[in-house]
Design a protein around this ligand. Structure first.
Ligand code: NAP
Length: 248
């Protein structure tokens, strides 16, 4: 299917590596101007440069997405530079794993702030801009862990489950202005985030995946690109699980 993107401007957080980078690449290939956001200037700068080198339109913003003031300032700069923002992909995320009985306050707070509060900060800043345009797409990257929980990841599971409630509430608040809001819940995807898993754990995970392979970043970027396109206009408030059949 050919997807329609009319001179769209997108903000993709966590675009420096992994899933976010694949999303940025696919949107840029569709002619979208992609603002690549990551924590380190080098990471988002290199991602934006690579997109431009391939003939795409891109720029970079380095900031901590868990810092409300930094998000607000960046959103204002982006709207000032482009006059609009059409697509927001909240993808930046971290893990700070540990059993609940040993989890430090900072490990809980950092994960909630980076993985959940950041989605709220960006949506609060950019959804009203989209509402004024009467067109917008917000895609929040959650996780299957938010659906099923995981021993050792209470902070991550809580943040990712929180994304579902935020997504549905935003979808209801902004639907009348043609701004759609959806969530994608990836399973185990081969990126830096999962590269630390040892062989035994990977074997156990593979045993739980009916399609018998770990996912690739492109498995996620494909559905995100569809949800960002004009063609997805009748879909809002939904979660799409992309996990090789792990959760069904
Ligand atoms: P990754 O390879 O570790 O990349 C994470 C990206 O997020 C990096 O670009 C990083 O910036 C950015 N980031 C992290 N904290 C940030 C902060 N405070 N401010 C700004 N940027 C920040 O992760 P990934 O595997 O691609 O995961 C992407 C998303 O998918 C995450 O939300 C993750 O929870 C979710 N997910 C992943 C999997 C999986 O199996 N990989 C499964 C389910 C869900 P720098 O490049 O500057 O460090």
């Amino acid at each position: 299917m050919d997807l329609t993107f009319d001179n769209r401007v997108a903000v993709v957080t966590g675009a420096g590596r992994g899933i976010g980078r694949a999303i940025a690449e696919e949107l840029a290939a569709e002619g979208v101007h992609v603002v690549c956001v990551s924590r380190n200037a080098e990471s988002c700068g290199a991602a934006a440069e690579a997109l431009v080198a391939k003939g795409g339109k891109a720029s970079a913003e380095a900031l901590d997405v868990g810092d409300a003031a930094a998000v607000e300032a960046a959103a204002a700069r982006i709207v000032e530079a482009h006059g609009k923002v059409d697509i927001l992909v909240n993808n930046a995320g971290i893990t700070r794993d540990g059993l609940v009985m040993r989890m430090k306050d900072a490990e809980w707070d950092d994960v909630i702030r980076t993985n959940l509060s950041s989605c709220f900060y960006w949506a609060r800043a950019l959804a009203p801009v989209m509402a004024r345009q009467r067109w917008g797409r917000i895609i929040n990257i959650s996780s299957v862990i938010g659906l099923r929980g995981n021993a050792g990841q209470a902070n991550y599971a809580a943040a990712k489950a929180g994304i579902f409630g935020l997504t549905k509430s935003l979808a209801r608040e902004f639907a009348k202005r043609q701004v759609t809001v959806n969530a994608v819940a990836p399973g185990f995807i081969e990126t830096d985030m999962t590269s630390g898993l040892d062989e035994k754990v990977t074997e156990v995970i593979l045993g739980e995946i009916p399609l018998r392979r770990l996912g690739q970043a492109s498995d996620i970027s494909k559905i995100v690109t569809f949800l960002a396109s004009a063609e997805s206009g009748y879909i809002t408030g939904q979660t799409f699980t992309v996990d090789g059949g792990m959760v069904m």
